[in-house]
Design a protein around this ligand. Structure first.
Ligand code: PLP
Length: 395
């Protein structure tokens, strides 16, 4: 237990908990911070932008001085696109490491951008390993950048970014990380893992509301990014240069979202920063997974690869189990879960992030147990095919 246990609010006005990877359940204080209007050009709002950038950078720990933080309007994917377009030169070539929807989205983004890329597609959830990255980089000298997903939210797998980073820099290439669903809860310290840039957004582990993302990049990469972007509004260099000069965003900022995010950052700090936040999410996961396993549910991933962000469960083989009905009955009990994204077998996901603690997670398990009984599902055990699929991970 940490000294200052986080104060978790009950859901606001009886709204259900969002057991989803963002938008997620936010605190009352975060919502309340949106009740005031701010002028984007005003000194007060400029100070808020500056404070926010400093607080985000501070999460990197030692070595943060070599980086800067550039917020970008839009959802997380806008920030990913901005990062890829701004740091991969037009004549560069990327290696995209995919094991789910977000890795594939990065590849699709590069396709739109007209950047050369090579895709390592590991399927629904197998992790890209350092050794195979090293092999591809040795075989293909044209590759300049590697794009990795920190936590692949579509399965919940925590990818081995440390060994990927080692392989990338041993081959003298550059690493860009989509840490959207991990940053703020899982350390990404430049003193421990090398990378040029990473992205995340307001509505994931910092527990703000949706509306912008942010790129954290080495200053020398920011300098060098001038002229790379194909897009005016997604040009990270231009946004950075303008912000450095004027303290303002280039185009209308999501003022209320920034105000809410600052409140969320203060709560993050009070909880003990990345470590404290990560510890609460880890307890959330452990309590929820243990309870669900007791009911007979099986996780897609073995413990080693389970992130404290979101967990994929196989749908039970029992013929009475219908996901749509399971979802509706869980919602009636106050919990919104998430459909699965696997292509081979049926699954669903339960998020561990947002304003929830282990007590809430126990209620989630109780709700799942009651729901199975209401549906007449005798066993939550998955079909044999699911377990065969999972065995691949051990192979
Ligand atoms: C949430 C998320 C994104 C961005 O998704 P948006 O819907 O555009 O906010 C990108 N990558 C990962 C890994 C994510 O979890």
């Amino acid at each position: 237990m940490t000294a200052s246990a986080p104060q978790i609010d009950p859901p606001f006005l009886g709204e259900p908990y969002l057991l989803t990877p963002g938008p997620l359940t936010t605190s009352y204080e975060v919502k309340q911070a949106m009740l005031r209007d701010w002028g984007s050009w005003d000194d007060d709002f400029r100070a808020m932008t500056s404070d926010m950038r400093c607080r985000l950078l501070a999460l990197l720990g030692e070595g943060a001085a070599e980086f800067d933080c550039v917020p970008m309007q839009g959802s997380g994917s806008f920030a990913v696109e901005a990062m890829l377009a701004s740091f991969i030169p037009r004549d560069g070539k990327a290696l995209v490491l995919a094991n789910g929807a977000y890795g594939l989205r990065s590849a699709q983004t590069l396709q739109y951008l007209g950047r050369a890329y090579r895709l390592l597609d590991k399927g629904d959830y197998l992790p890209p390993r350092g050794q195979e990255v090293a092999q591809i980089l040795a075989d293909d000298p044209a590759i300049t950048h590697v794009v990795a997903i920190h936590c692949e939210t579509s399965s919940g797998i925590l990818n081995p970014v440390e060994e990927i980073s080692e392989a990338v820099y041993a081959a003298d290439r550059k690493l860009l990380i989509d840490s959207m669903s991990a940053f703020g809860a899982i350390e990404l310290k430049p003193s421990q893992i090398r990378y040029e840039a990473m992205v995340s957004s307001a509505n994931k582990c910092i527990e703000g509301v949706p509306g912008f993302g942010f790129v954290i990049a080495r200053k020398e990469e920011l300098e060098a990014a001038k002229g790379n972007s194909h897009s005016l509004s997604l040009d990270v260099h231009a946004q950075w240069a303008h912000m450095e000069k004027t303290g303002q965003w280039r185009f209308t900022p999501p003022t209320h979202v920034v105000a809410a995010f600052l409140e969320a950052l203060k709560a993050h700090e009070a909880e003990g920063g990345v470590e404290g936040r990560g510890a609460r999410y880890t307890r959330n996961r452990d309590v929820m997974v243990a309870g669900m396993r007791e009911l007979g549910f099986e996780t897609l991933l073995q413990n080693r690869w389970l992130s404290p962000i979101i967990v994929t469960f196989f749908c039970p083989a029992d013929r009475n189990f219908v996901f749509g009905r399971f979802y509706d009955l869980m919602k009636e009990k106050g919990f919104i879960i998430y459909p699965g994204k696997l292509t081979v077998v049926d699954s669903f996901r339960v998020g561990c992030i947002g304003q929830m603690d282990e007590h809430v997670m126990r209620q989630v398990v109780t709700a799942a147990s009651e729901t199975l009984a209401e549906m007449g599902v005798a066993s939550a055990a998955p079909p044999a095919a699911a377990l065969e699929e999972r065995a691949k991970l051990a192979a």
